[in-house]
Ligand binder design. Structure first.
Ligand SMILES: Nc1nc2c(c(=O)[nH]1)N[C@H]1C(S)=C(S)[C@@H](COP(=O)(O)OP(=O)(O)OC[C@H]3O[C@@H](n4cnc5c(=O)[nH]c(N)nc54)[C@H](O)[C@@H]3O)O[C@H]1N2
Ligand SMILES: Nc1nc2c(c(=O)[nH]1)N[C@H]1C(S)=C(S)[C@@H](COP(=O)(O)OP(=O)(O)OC[C@H]3O[C@@H](n4cnc5c(=O)[nH]c(N)nc54)[C@H](O)[C@@H]3O)O[C@H]1N2
Ligand SMILES: [Mo]
Length: 565
């Protein structure tokens, strides 16, 4: 979001999900779309079935690579090289859109100068992607009218995540693939309502609608609306907060997050948590973090309450209560209302529609959205939606970049914080699988999903496995400078040689005991996608296939290696 606000003036998908099916060229980079965003992947499949070209840039063989025209299997953390080399090709072959650049952008010269050294041949050495593949991809992207880029955590969860987003934005701006149907730059949002939470101001720097807390006009507006003094100081980012736990931070209120599973370098966080004086947890379940909680406030889950979800494509939709919450559990807003009133406020909201109304009246982009209006539609409303008559906005930047001028941002490659060395000779990356959801507090309670993927595992390349005497299904120990976990080994060409991969879902083998908490300088987002690790065999597997329903065992691309390999 930080990168896109700087370059385009809005931190959201520029297109809508239904536009994907009409795309002619799809560049999917750092997104395991079929496992993490299956509905969006379905739209991509439709586009490909209609004849669209798809290129996937990912260090792993994922399902999307099976339908892609080309798989750029780059080394983790080298995206700036790949993307700058694509820019180099587009500029040197005269494939830019000079009219768009002239009318809608600034500082193109900086990028021209910066990418001059990033030749495809040099990029091949660093990224491992053949120069010819980089050239072809750059040409196809630049010369196809409906060309869309789709990215997720493979781009953002790096110590240079913002640089990666800048490098992508540069490609979009130099080719003018913006402000049109099916052409744009699309970060696929993670959780069902993470867009809505950001829109509502769940951020240390923004009030609702991305109005900055250090903007005096916004401060004055909310001081008046909320009848209280407000601080103009931006708060701490999540990763900064976690580092301050037990030290600068003595009390913590955790709502809907299982920090002991999902935060990086979690051993250090646990040490910090011993120094906390008070921890409140507001959650559906007793998750890992509950072990440290002084008070637990039981929350109702999504089917037990009314409200809205805002989709990845800025679409606000209504959620209606289907069943009553268990005794004692309340909707999150009701818990917060009781807390606020217990400390002297007089909040009188009776229904989330009143809360939405208050927010919408303070944000011009949401002014035309209300529970009443979206209850009459099946497809919600997409912001910007300026008044009660406004139809909502399908794609952003039509007729001009929202920021005024699109801002080119020249970037230089910076290596990942921790690289493989003699002691830790493999690169560990972490992520998710189809069957489990993040901290898996919910999915591991579902017997059907548990049966599909019951155990923690790493993927390791056959050559790396053989050198360590590891066979498919063996139990192994994975170590980094920060911690150690035990899990099964999947021996597979799914991963590059020298790379291992594991899911973050398992409390008994927490990936985040291993990860590094180095952050991006702008956002502090942690480098979950790269750190140095080593693997040793612990004991033989029992020969059982522990992944009955898994794509990996089902003969996906990459496939499980046979002993002969
Ligand atoms: N089933 C399921 N769906 C989910 C979730 C879940 O837990 N389970 N979680 C949701 C959430 S919160 C989120 S944020 C999204 C995340 O959605 P994704 O970002 O798609 O999920 P990840 O598994 O983190 O996959 C990131 C992809 O980036 C690739 N990658 C890793 N390093 C690099 C790199 O250096 N360069 C490039 N180009 N690629 C790289 C990985 O190989 C992987 O294919 O998924 C959401 N959807
Ligand atoms: N190693 C590694 N770590 C990662 C990542 C990675 O790729 N690799 N990805 C990161 C990303 S992108 C994300 S988003 C995080 C996700 O990490 P988390 O946010 O910790 O995981 P979730 O499982 O989405 O949700 C956490 C909690 O929310 C509770 N919950 C669900 N619904 C409600 C509700 O309506 N109200 C309340 N109060 N609670 C509710 C669940 O019971 C659960 O305990 O993990 C991050 N951590
Ligand atoms: Mo996420």
């Amino acid at each position: 979001m930080a990168g896109l606000v700087t370059t385009f003036g809005a931190g959201a998908m520029t297109n809508s999900i239904p536009e994907i099916r009409d795309a002619e060229f799809l560049f999917v980079i750092g997104s395991n779309t079929s496992e993490a965003h299956p509905i969006i992947a379905m739209e991509m499949k439709r586009a490909v079935a209609r004849g669209a070209t798809m290129v996937v840039a990912d260090p792993r063989r994922i399902w999307m690579t099976t339908i892609a025209d080309r798989h750029l299997m780059l080394r983790p953390g080298t995206d700036v090289w790949l993307l700058n080399a694509m820019a180099n090709v587009i500029i040197s072959e005269g494939l830019t859109d000079p009219e768009f650049i002239e009318r809608n952008t600034e500082q193109f010269e900086d990028v021209v100068a910066a990418v001059a050294e990033y030749t495809p041949e040099q990029a091949e050495i660093i990224t491992g992607v053949p120069a010819e593949d980089i050239r072809r991809t750059a040409r196809q992207y630049a010369t196809t009218e409906k060309a869309g880029i789709y990215y997720t955590l493979g781009i953002t969860e790096h110590s240079h995540g913002t640089d990666n987003v800048y490098a992508l934005s540069n490609l979009v701006l130099m080719t003018g693939h913006l402000g049109k149907p099916s052409a744009g730059l699309n970060p696929l949002r993670g959780q069902n309502n993470v867009q809505g939470a950001n829109d509502a101001g769940a951020s240390p720097v923004f009030y609702p609608g991305y109005q900055r807390v250090d903007d005096p006009a916004a401060q004055a507006k909310y001081e008046q609306l909320w009848g209280t003094k407000l601080s103009p100081e931006p708060g701490m980012n999540l990763n900064v907060m976690m580092k301050a736990v037990g030290d600068q931070i003595r009390g913590l209120f955790v709502m809907g997050e299982d920090i002991l599973l999902s935060e990086p370098n979690v051993k250090r966080l646990e040490e910090g948590m011993n120094g906390l004086e008070f921890l409140v947890l507001q959650d559906l379940f007793l998750n890992e973090t509950a072990r440290f909680a002084d008070v637990i406030l039981p929350a109702a889950c999504f089917v037990e309450k009314d409200g809205t979800f805002t989709n990845s494509d800025r679409r606000v939709q209504l959620v209606r209560k289907g069943v009553e919450p268990p005794p004692g559990a309340l909707a999150d807003w009701e818990i917060l209302k009781r807390l606020a009133n217990a400390v002297g406020m007089s909040w009188s909201y009776e229904h989330p529609r009143e809360i939405y109304r208050e927010m919408a009246q303070s944000v011009p982009n949401f002014a035309g959205i209300s529970h009443e209006r979206i209850s009459e539609r099946n497809d919600g409303l997409q912001w910007p939606c300026l008044d009660d008559e406004h139809p909502g906005t399908k794609f952003l930047h039509e007729g001009g970049v929202l920021r005024g001028k699109g801002q080119f941002q020249a970037v230089q490659y910076r290596p990942s914080y921790e690289l493989a060395d003699d002691d830790y000779s493999l690169l560990l990356s972490t992520g998710r699988t189809l069957y489990h959801y993040n901290a898996a507090t919910q999915t591991r309670r579902a017997p059907g999903l548990h049966a599909k993927q019951p155990e923690p595992f790493i993927e390791i390349h056959p050559k790396d496995a053989r050198r360590r005497g590891i066979a498919h299904g063996d139990w192994v120990s994975v170590t980094t400078r920060r911690g150690q976990v035990e899990c099964r080994a999947i021996v597979s060409r799914q991963v590059r040689r020298g790379c291992i991969w594991m899911p973050l879902h398992y409390a008994e083998a927490r990936a985040n005991l291993l990860t590094v908490d180095a952050g991006d300088p702008v956002t502090q987002t942690a480098e979950y996608k790269v750190c140095a690790a080593e693997v040793v065999k612990l004991r033989d597997g029992d020969g059982a296939n522990t992944f009955p329903g898994s794509f990996y065992a089902a003969g996906g691309p990459g496939v499980v290696a046979t002993p002969a390999e």
